[in-house]
Ligand binder design. Structure first.
Ligand code: GLV
Ligand code: MN
Ligand code: MN
Length: 398
């Protein structure tokens, strides 16, 4: 499975993945998922929000145990963020069958659509639509960098955007959701597998700095209204806030108009990603960056507008389910299992508002993620898939 997926959507010049919602690479990933489902005799379906499901057992029976993750990537992402969870889910199904285990409740593998929000800006679009925290009309109107509407991209990929919307009927048929994911820091130490306790609250804010385009060679310093200078002040403020600890604030994406070397920009649009251990710390971080942006904008004669594009409150995973995961992993390994929070967002975090949800993490030896350099040892991946199989056996077969 891993070898088949590796070349899909990989950009030769960087070695990173460009699997973005409803693009060609995404379609190839989705075809791969369907093939995995069908070749195992699992019932395949796509839900109204474009998420893919592979069912072992009757999807209508209720109290289903669902596992899975996502196949899309950030721009030039790594191979593991997302796909490791989907591949491990199918591997766990194979392991259960190899053990002769028989689910007494339905078991499903899911591929949630557009987890990273790389193309249309909102992360976890598929799970947010399903749980109702993203309104379908807002989702349909999201646009990518070329101005293509999500609704049109979806339609071109063969999915009906009119069907989007909250899916309570589906959610009430799920008894538990478990997502396996590569760990995205170096928090597991000498443990190949860990369990998540919580996800830090996090969100995305768009900062628009409106200035005045002018000639780079003839405009006197006192006549400039340079949005790039104001933006630079905001970036440094985010960096300073991150250095202070407790919160992370990152401008990782910027768009400049008209983007000419010999012209002062008319508009700089920067996206702030901020996360913190608790919501007051997150609010403080965003407020500090916003204040700095306003001060620098005033100094440069620039107007700044700030819009929140998405927000996920703190997530505490279901404690009984989390304990069952930890017990299953402990029984298999004979060791204590790290139970830790993460600053990374996941569909599990969105689902947790509606369904008992938990996560397994597989060790990341370098801690690098959202980069082509992301990696995991094969032996750790196998340990993760085995742990997931144990957990699914405990949840679905007893
Ligand atoms: C998703 O990977 C996120 O944390 O942004
Ligand atoms: Mn990610
Ligand atoms: Mn992910």
């Amino acid at each position: 499975m891993w070898r088949e997926l590796l070349p899909v959507g990989r950009y030769g010049a960087t070695g990173g993945y460009r699997r973005h919602a409803w693009n060609g690479a995404d379609a190839e990933c989705r075809a791969w998922f369907e093939e995995q489902a069908r070749s195992r005799g699992l019932a395949y379906e796509v839900d109204r929000n474009g998420n893919q499901w592979a069912w072992w057992g009757d999807p209508g029976a209720g109290d289903a145990v669902v596992t899975g993750s996502h196949l899309d990537s950030v721009p030039d992402g790594g191979a593991y963020d997302g796909p490791l969870g989907v591949v491990s889910s199918f591997a766990a199904v194979d392991a259960l069958r190899g053990r002769g285990a028989r689910p007494v409740r339905p078991l499903a593998v899911v591929n949630f659509g557009d987890e990273e929000g790389a193309r249309f800006g909102v992360a976890c679009t598929g799970s947010r639509l399903t749980t109702g925290v993203l309104a379908p009309e807002r989702a349909r109107a999201l646009t990518d960098a070329d101005g293509v509407r999500l609704a049109d991209a979806m339609e071109r990929a063969g999915h009906d955007p009119a069907a989007l919307g909250r899916d309570d009927d589906r959610l009430t048929r799920i008894g538990a959701f478990v997502e396996l994911h590569v760990e995205q820091g170096r928090a597991l130490g000498d443990h190949p597998v860990g369990v998540a306790s919580a996800i830090w609250p996090h969100g995305r804010w768009r900062f628009d700095f409106h200035g005045e385009a002018n000639h780079a060679g003839t405009t006197r310093p006192e006549d400039r209204r340079d949005p790039m200078a104001a933006y630079a002040g905001a970036v440094l403020a985010a960096r300073e806030h991150t250095r202070g600890g407790g919160a992370l604030a990152t401008f990782g994406r910027v768009a400049v108009e008209p983007n000419g070397t010999n012209a002062i920009a008319s508009l700089v649009r920067g996206w702030l990603d901020s996360r913190a251990a608790d919501e007051p710390a997150l609010e403080d971080a965003v407020a500090a960056v916003r204040r700095a942006a306003e001060e620098h904008a005033a100094r440069e004669g620039v107007r700044v507008e700030v819009a929140r594009e998405s927000y996920t409150p703190v997530v505490s995973f279901d404690v009984p389910l989390r304990d069952r995961l930890a017990a299953a992993v402990r029984a298999a390994t004979g060791r204590e299992v790290p139970v830790l929070p993460t600053g990374a967002g996941h569909d599990a975090g969105i689902l947790s508002a509606a369904v008992p949800t938990a996560m397994l993490f597989v060790r990341n030896p370098t801690g690098v993620s959202h980069s082509p350099a992301e990696s995991a040892e094969e032996s750790d991946c196998l340990a993760g898939a085995a742990a997931l199989a144990d957990v699914l056996e405990e949840l679905a077969c007893r």
